[in-house]
Design a protein around this ligand. Structure first.
Ligand SMILES: [Zn+2]
Length: 459
């Protein structure tokens, strides 16, 4: 019997112990966004650190940040010829309201119909626990891990990771590794997927100022420049009729999908495209001549006006020529588009409309980097082969249309290859009655075991 098989056998004999340990973890209300739970988040961090220690990890510690602590542990005795794998998950959870919609209390894990209900069961204590139990199973039968492992569990993912950038930037040596495995997300037995790309985001706000106070449109209309008109002109110029963004240089760092990526995207879209359209409620999509809907939704940048204001919006007529107008924009970025640079391009473009009759101010409060993990290669193949072994299927590679700013930050700061492994087999994340399917969770643990063995030759 191979070492991997012995570890899998061991995990099987420990199933009920692993589930009762998981329930203990789930009982700690580690809600990171609510200051009232600060002590509970800290208690959860200590609990996870102690568990790391108990299973045989070394140098286990909670590391304070300006927010909630990071839990870190390592096992680096596999040898210098073996790769070092940095595994990320988060131990904090979402708030629980509305509490009355929970069938059983969110922090009293309860089993019903093969499911375990509790806040955080899928997102992302499953990611924490599956990795700990995989490591425990291997160390129990083998006394060593097949690769060097660093565990990095965050405590403020659900509150927007405000302290992760300084933490990662300040701990590059501690976190240095050959591969980063992002364990946050779903484990879907029927058809697993690996998220390999997420878009970046830039948010901007534009304020236009004309006369220093609102004027009478009968007296001054046609003689004083109306800032709302200029706002409309700017907004109207963002896209051409086909839907392509007109800001000079905007597409400079956008690359075409490879043939393999395109084929994969089409395969995924064949399953999800109809639902995507139904959920939108839109009778027709826009921008078809630029690229297919699937590509536009995930592999091209966007620019959307989220709201605009100015002048009179109440009932009836008001003959006003407004002093001020404004609008808010978000842009989603792909590939190597740098949000700081795109923010500057946007600002330069909008400012070029300023005249002596209307002044313009642009602020860019949010800038998050896009990320793309491996699409092919040894890291992703280790996950693929693990899934083939446990659920009998390769994952589809998925491009997220939304943003995971922290992933882009990891990628930039750490500069190491990255892959994604979702270990939460359930539903209702961020909602009442979050759960995992217990049988599938055992498969997630098995998958985590396989991944560690599959990575032996990653380096
Ligand atoms: Zn999460």
């Amino acid at each position: 019997m191979s070492n991997a098989q012995r570890a899998l056998e061991h995990a099987k004999t420990q199933r009920s112990a692993y589930m009762s340990g998981f329930s203990e973890l789930l009982r700690i209300p580690s809600i990171s966004t609510d200051p009232n739970y600060k002590a509970e988040v800290a208690r959860c961090a200590d609990w996870v650190r102690d568990e790391m220690r108990r299973i045989g990890m070394k140098n286990c510690q909670t590391i304070p940040t300006d927010g909630h602590p990071v839990v870190y542990g390592e096992w680096l005795e596999a040898g210098a010829d073996k790769p070092t794998v940095l595994i990320y998950a988060h131990y904090d959870v979402q708030p629980v309201d509305p509490l009355n919609l929970w069938v059983t209390p969110p922090f009293e894990p309860t089993e019903r119909d093969g499911k375990l209900y509790a806040r955080g069961s899928e997102d992302d204590k499953a990611g924490v626990w599956a990795n700990l139990k995989a490591i425990e199973s291997i160390l129990a039968v083998d006394g060593k891990l097949p690769v060097n492992v660093k565990l990095f569990f965050e405590g403020e993912e659900e509150s927007g990771s405000p302290n992760m950038h300084p933490f990662v930037a300040g701990n590059k040596d501690l976190l240095n590794a050959d591969l980063f495995v992002l364990c946050d997300g779903e484990f879907v037995r029927d058809q697993p997927s690996i998220v390999y790309s997420g878009r970046g985001i830039v948010a901007a706000e534009v304020t236009l100022t004309g006369p220093d106070h609102d004027l009478h449109s009968g007296t001054y209309g046609g003689t004083v420049h109306n800032p709302l008109h200029l706002a409309g002109k700017i907004i109207g110029s963002f896209h051409d009729d086909a839907g392509r963004i007109q800001i000079p240089g905007y597409y400079g760092a956008v690359r075409d999908l490879t043939a393999a990526e395109l084929a994969n995207l089409e395969q995924l879209w064949a399953r999800t495209g109809v639902q995507f359209k139904e959920r939108s409620g839109a009778a027709h999509f826009w921008g078809e001549s630029v690229a297919s809907t699937a590509v536009r939704a995930t592999a091209l940048p966007t620019l959307d006006v989220n709201g605009m204001w100015g002048g009179y919006q109440g009932p009836g007529t008001k003959t006003v020529l407004p002093s001020k107008a404004g609008f808010k924009v978000t842009m989603r970025l792909v590939n190597d588009q740098d949000p700081v640079e795109i923010g500057r391009m946007f600002k330069d473009y909008v400012m070029s409309f300023a005249t002596e009759t209307v002044s313009i101010e642009v602020s860019v409060p949010v800038a998050g980097y896009p990320f793309s993990t491996q699409f092919e290669g040894a890291g992703v193949e280790a996950v693929q082969q693990a899934l083939v072994a446990t659920v009998g299927k390769r994952a589809l590679m998925e491009r997220a249309g939304g943003s995971v700013p922290i992933a882009g930050m990891f990628q930039r700061e750490l500069g190491i290859p990255m892959t994604h492994l979702g270990l939460g087999p359930g539903d209702n994340i961020h909602s009442p009655n979050e759960y995992i399917v217990i049988e599938d969770f055992y498969l997630a643990i098995d998958t985590a075991i396989h991944v560690l063995y599959n990575l032996i030759s990653f380096k």
